[in-house]
Design a protein around this ligand. Structure first.
Ligand SMILES: [Zn+2]
Ligand SMILES: [Zn+2]
Length: 174
């Protein structure tokens, strides 16, 4: 079984039911039923936290010979891609990607990452985040915070319309 990224390096399993690792790039091949863990083997070529340059943008072939894998974009601070084989359910993590997933609550349900609803939700959240950030920037922190706090209070308020009318009235009051 060869590394999907280095292609000529053989993947090694460190123990029973543990994932396979590539000694050259530090990637991890996780099959369904095996438990992900941080590689405790020496990685020869790729040192540091990150996968070698450009590794993440390559889509690899399933090491078990099922053909091209499917990517899922993960929108953390620095977005990256995970790859999954639809035939055997194996998931490929470039070096450092498992650690980033493990720091979130995503690790418990990895397969959801490839669902279109999760991918859509993720991009909605990203859009909302940048929308809020832009407004915070333009309005300044104190106005922004006051509006957000007001919005939170009025969210389920029975007289929400009245509150908005009052606000508008006060703004135009001479
Ligand atoms: Zn490799
Ligand atoms: Zn496969």
């Amino acid at each position: 079984m060869n590394c999907p990224k280095c292609t000529t390096t053989k993947l090694k399993q460190t123990g029973y039911n543990s994932p396979y690792f590539c000694e050259a790039c530090g990637g991890m091949w996780l099959l369904p039923g095996s438990r992900a863990e941080v590689a405790d083997m020496t990685v020869t070529e790729a040192d540091g936290e990150q996968a070698p340059e450009g590794q993440d943008s390559k889509t690899g072939l399933c090491p078990s010979g099922h053909g091209i894998m499917i990517r899922a974009k993960i929108e953390l601070d620095e977005p990256f891609f995970l790859e999954k084989c639809t035939a055997c359910g194996g998931i490929w993590f470039d070096k450092g990607e498992w650690q980033r997933i493990a720091e979130t609550n995503l690790a418990d349900n990895l397969s959801v990452l490839w669902s279109s609803s999760w991918q859509r939700k993720q991009s909605r959240e990203k859009n909302r985040e940048s929308f809020l950030a832009m407004n915070q920037n333009l309005l300044g922190e104190s106005v922004f915070d006051a509006i957000m706090e007001l919005a939170e209070r009025l969210k389920d308020h029975p007289d929400q319309d009245r509150a908005l009318a009052l606000l508008r009235q006060e703004l135009t009051h001479p």
